[in-house]
Write a protein that binds this ligand. Structure first.
Ligand SMILES: NC(=O)c1ccc[n+]([C@@H]2O[C@H](COP(=O)([O-])OP(=O)(O)OC[C@H]3O[C@@H](n4cnc5c(N)ncnc54)[C@H](O)[C@@H]3O)[C@@H](O)[C@H]2O)c1
Length: 430
């Protein structure tokens, strides 16, 4: 038996909170989870998992005795000194990060020198300083504050928890809490970047902004490939082999989505603007991404002519495979634009249909890929779920009314699609 592990609190049981809770429970920590959503807490207490993330349900079930769920912050405060904050920070109408949930947690904390807020939520640089000031004004200046941004990827979040590229721990260097957070992560053997709070906050925003920039860059290269006859798959392979560049995030497609890139890039651009700096590059990254989502509409119009009355099957809705997360998904823009052009959209997604219907109540969701494709004039691969990559294209050709297949992720077997007599078009591959 090793040393007993420190109990922790996790405030906010969404994607980040539940994965953090599951990961630490697996390491042997007791985890006291809190959420203001009482339905979610009741479901978690019954052993139900409210989100889709591969392996998560199994880990939560396997460590149930160490996981405690409550809608009362006091329950976590009474049992743990390190309180990981993983509440949402969605964009406001202005595009800045909405910090109301983060501030609500800080305001609910008691004055205590034994506790620390460990910020996992993605917040603008300067938030830690503002929260510490706010706490001091409320007579809670002894409460410690650590920035510990989260880098997990939905779809492989548990694997990312277990083997992070790095753990970033930012504190003011004077409290016990930074060391305690480092000790918690110690069994993972990850590289720890120990830094100040503001730099930790900026590391998270800069990482997401860089990845989004890489995607918009390759999407623009893809668009130029379409004009010049080059193949972006070949170009990305040749470019990505350069050790200074690397092969990841060089997949051209119909734009990045998800809850993080969209809001974090916008939040960083506005953070810069609010501080008096015009971050020109990020303006282009955002604009390229918005246009990229819409390019599929002009591709379809080129093949089908007038889109009014045309039936378009969308294969996939989630912003990427292996998640049910629809936030910022390219499918939202694509479906809305196609319907605005008068097309009839029928979509299928293996796990995100429920969430998609919540966000687009009028969307026609089919119960299977075959039923979405039946009678369609065109099909668009939006999310590269494995079941779409394994489609029998002869069967698809027989059930579609038309013959257009747009591969929005450059993930299909183009030769197999063409061999079935269908017209194949990818992104930047001619
Ligand atoms: N989802 C990701 O892939 C990811 C990755 C890295 C970082 N992040 C960041 O982590 C944060 C959380 O993201 P998420 O995707 O897990 O969000 P989410 O929306 O899935 O979950 C947030 C949870 O917080 C709860 N909540 C809100 N206010 C609360 C309060 N006052 N007290 C207790 N609970 C409260 C909500 O009910 C919800 O269950 C965000 O800042 C996000 O940018 C997300």
């Amino acid at each position: 038996m090793g040393e007993p592990r420190e109990p922790i609190g996790v405030i906010g049981t969404g994607y980040v909170g539940l994965v953090t809770a599951a990961g630490f429970a697996e390491l042997g920590n007791d985890v006291y989870c809190v959420d203001i959503d009482e339905h979610k807490i009741a479901a978690l207490q019954r052993g139900e998992v409210p989100i889709y993330e591969p392996g998560l349900a199994e880990v939560l079930a396997g460590h149930r005795e160490r996981l405690h769920f409550s809608s009362r912050l006091d329950d976590a405060v009474a049992n743990a000194r390190l309180l990981f904050v993983s509440v949402g920070t969605p964009p406001t109408y202005s595009g800045d990060a909405d910090l109301s949930a983060v501030l609500a947690v800080a305001e609910s904390m008691p004055a205590s020198k034994e506790h620390a807020l460990v910020m996992k939520s993605t917040v603008p640089c300067g938030t830690g300083r503002s929260i510490s000031r706010l706490l001091a004004e409320q007579g809670k200046g002894d409460l410690a504050y650590v920035s510990c941004p989260e880098f997990l990827k939905e779809g492989s979040a548990l694997a990312d928890f277990r083997a992070p590229d790095r753990v970033v721990v930012g504190d003011d260097g004077t409290s016990w809490a930074g060391d305690a957070v480092c000790a918690l992560y110690e069994p993972l053997g990850a590289t720890v970047v120990r830094t100040d709070v503001a730099s930790a906050e900026m590391i998270k925003l800069a990482a997401n902004a860089f990845l989004a920039t890489k995607i918009s860059f390759i999407n623009e290269i893809a668009n130029v490939c379409e004009e010049t006859g080059a193949n972006v798959l070949e170009v990305a392979r040749g470019v990505g082999l350069d050790g200074r560049i690397g092969p990841k995030f060089l997949a051209a497609g119909i734009g990045y989505g998800g809850s993080c890139f969209t809001k974090d890039v916008s939040a960083l651009k506005l953070l810069a603007a609010n501080s008096g700096y015009h971050f020109q590059l990020l303006g282009s990254v955002i604009e390229v991404n918005e246009l990229q989502k819409r390019r599929v509409v002009s591709k379809l119009a080129r093949h089908l002519g007038e889109l009014t009355g045309r039936r378009v099957a969308l294969l996939g809705l989630a912003f990427k495979p292996n998640t049910d997360d629809m936030r910022g998904a390219s499918s939202l823009v694509l479906a809305a634009r196609l319907e605005a052009e008068g097309a009839h959209v029928r979509a299928y997604d293996p796990v995100a249909a429920h969430e998609a219907r919540r966000m687009m109540p009028d969307l026609d969701c089919a119960p299977s890929a075959a039923e979405a494709l039946e009678g369609a004039d065109a099909a668009v691969l939006v999310t590269e779920w494995p079941e779409f990559l394994a489609l029998d294209w002869n069967a698809v050709a027989a059930m579609m009314a038309g013959d257009v297949v747009i591969d929005g992720r450059n993930a299909l077997d183009a030769a197999a699609v063409r061999a079935a007599g269908l017209r194949y078009e990818g992104i930047g591959i001619g």
